[in-house]
Every structure is written in C-alpha cells, then in structure tokens.
Ligand binder design. Structure first.
Ligand code: IPM
Ligand code: MG
Length: 356
C-alpha cells in the first residue's frame, strides 16, 4: 500500500525518539512492501522560534493531507515563562481539535521481562493489560479561560454527544477485549461528571448490554490503579482525569517512556505519540527511551493503515529486544549497562529482520 505520514518531531527528546520510530517504520514498510512517504514539519517550541506559531499553517495542512501523524513531544523551559504569549502546548491542543481526534487510546501492558523494573511489587503487576480511553478534545482543556488581577477561571464543559461518542469508542474496544468498562468521574462534586455518568450509563444499557460497566470516582481510581491494576480492562474518562491517570498507569509498565498512544476521530486518520513529554533535562544526551514512540508507530500501522500483521511484527520485535536487554537508563536492570536511544532502535531493527 501507499501512505503519507506527517512527522512532527517537536522539542526536547521528541526528535530523538521520533528518529527511532521512523527507522522502524521504514524497516517494516520495506519488508512488507509498502511505500510510505514521510514529511517532517515544524511543530511546538521550535515552530514558535521559526514561525512565531507552534502549529504553523503549513504544518496543519500537511497533517490534514496525511494518512497519519507521528509526533514526538513539545514544550520546554524556553517557552514556558508564566507570561508567555504563545505556548507550544497550544499547538498540540489545536492540532487535536482541528483533526477531530477526540479519542485517545493509551494502552498499558506489563512486559514480563520488565516486571522487576517497575516501582511496584511484581505480584501486583503480573498480567496487567489495560487501555485508557481518554476524551481528548473537550473538558477543561478547551473551556473559556479568564484572568484578572484577583482571580483566574477555567471552564469545564461536556456535551451529551461528546460523552456518547467517547463511550462508544471505549465500549467497542471492550467488546474486542475482556468486555469490562470502567468509567471514571467525579460525580460526587462535578456537574459535568454527573452528566458523564448518566450518558455513559444510558449508552451502555441501550447499545452494549454485553459489556460490564462500573463507575469509579477519580480519587478512588488513582488508588485502585496501583492496588489492583489487573482488574481493569478498558477505562474511559474525561480529558484532564485521563491526562493525570495515564501518567500514573504508565508506571505499572515500568516507565513513562514505554507508553504509546493513538488519538482517533471519525475517520482513519490519527495522531500517534508517546505519552511522555519533551524531557528537557535529558534532551540531546541520547538516552531517552524510544519504545513509547516505536509502539506508537505500531498503533499507527494498525489503526490508520489497517496493517495488523505489520503492527504485530513491530510489537513483538520490541518485546524480544527488551527481553534481550535493550533497555535505556529508565528501565535498565541494576548492574547492567544501559542502552542508548539509538541502540534500542538498533536492537528492535535487528529483531525485525530476524523475524521469520
Ligand atoms: C499529554 C500531555 C499534554 C496534555 C500536554 C503537553 C498539553 O501531557 O499528551 O498527556 O496534557 O494532553
Ligand atoms: Mg500528559
């Protein structure tokens, strides 16, 4: 097949991890006979520097014309002064909104080889396999913002159709998995959460009677995620709760650097990015973990290009590379030499070409 990918490396470690993702994408395309054109475009803080805009119109156009977007990370101290007029994050939010990618899938699967790399006890982590479906284009991220000398306001709004569609995405995913959906809200306090719970309940009863639904308050969810993570299958939640809980959940797998994500809308086009940030403290050192980005490439192959065998080949190459010790410092076993970003990429490529 032929496909066009827009590549947005962004800031900090973004370009380093994306480079490894692209090498893997090229290798998969080559061995399965696909023609994938990749266009690199300015985005984030570097685009503020070059264009005065974190999402220049050429970048947005390039993304709209592509079959999928692969993104690294954005942001950094250079662009985050409290009085900054324009911020890299605004570009990311605008990109998500303009592409209509309202459903952010963030899977967390504990690799047996890494069960001792995590901060939690192995017996809690063995067999953890869950997916967050984070609502991505609504809620407090996109509400009106106001500021005067004495106060600041961020408005949180959710509409019924926004809740219906995200519930459906999560429920369909649950149908392909263990048929369990956990909806997370704060309905004891927030009106948006009371609406969320009502709408979710109604959609599930009418359309997905085969999926078991439970509701958990967000504070309790934060606790249960580290107490009994194996019990969860698909979890659906609003934008900000999802942002917070997915950083927490990524630590079940051992490191924030391992977690991929796919942001999807009504058509096949999606935005694929590791869930970590630009990590300015380690940028340029060649030690960032590229696995979150490489696994995001696998999600891109699966969800936007419909290439399931290719996605699985890449995922299993990552698993084998990790089993063979390809670990950056964030997950390196004690007393072993840590791999560089590039060496982890090399190890995955070696496994790809070794595959039958
Ligand atoms: C994420 C990030 C972003 C978010 C930031 C960079 C705006 O934390 O993708 O999780 O909050 O959505
Ligand atoms: Mg986040």
């Amino acid at each position: 097949m032929k496909a066009r990918i827009a590549v947005l490396g962004g800031d900090g470690i973004g370009p380093e991890v994306v480079a490894e993702g692209l090498r893997c994408l090229r290798a998969v395309a080559k061995s399965f006979g696909h023609e994938i054109a990749m266009t690199e475009l300015p985005f984030g803080g570097v685009a503020i520097d070059s264009h005065g805009d974190p999402l220049p119109s050429e970048t947005l156009q390039g993304c709209l014309q592509a079959d999928a977007v692969l993104l690294g990370a954005i942001g950094g101290p250079k662009w985050s002064a409290p009085n900054a007029k324009v911020r890299p994050e605004q570009g990311l939010l605008k990109l998500r909104k303009e592409l209509g990618v309202y459903a952010n899938l963030r899977p967390v699967k504990v690799q047996p080889a890494l069960v001792n790399a995590a901060t939690l006890k192995p017996e809690i982590l063995e067999g953890v396999d869950l997916v967050f479906v984070r609502e991505l284009t609504g809620g407090i991220y996109f509400g009106e913002k106001r500021r005067d000398a004495h106060s600041a306001t961020d408005v949180c709004t959710y509409t019924v159709p926004e809740i219906e569609r995200i519930t459906r995405v999560a429920a369909r995913l649950a149908q392909q998995r263990r048929r369990k959906l956990t909806s997370i809200d704060k309905s004891n306090v927030l009106e948006t959460s009371r609406l969320w719970r009502e709408v979710c309940e109604r959609v599930m009863r009418a359309e997905f009677p085969d999926v078991t639904l439970e509701h958990i308050l967000v504070d309790a969810a934060a606790m249960h995620l580290i107490r009994r993570p194996r019990d969860f299958d698909v979890l659906v939640t609003e934008n900000m709760f999802g942002d917070i809980l997915t950083d927490e959940a990524s630590m079940l797998a051992g490191s924030l650097g391992l977690s991929p994500s796919a942001s999807l809308g009504e058509d096949k086009r999606g935005v694929y990015e590791p869930i970590h940030g630009s990590a300015p403290d380690i940028a340029g050192k060649g030690i960032a973990n590229p696995v979150g980005t490489i696994l995001s490439v696998a999600m891109l192959l699966r969800h936007s290009l419909g290439l399931n065998a290719e996605a699985e080949a890449l995922e299993s190459a990552v698993t084998r590379a990790i089993e063979n010790g390809a670990r950056t410092p964030d997950i390196a076993a004690q007393g072993t030499r840590a791999f560089s970003t590039r060496e982890v990429g090399d190890a995955v490529l070696a496994q790809l070409s070794a595959a039958p």
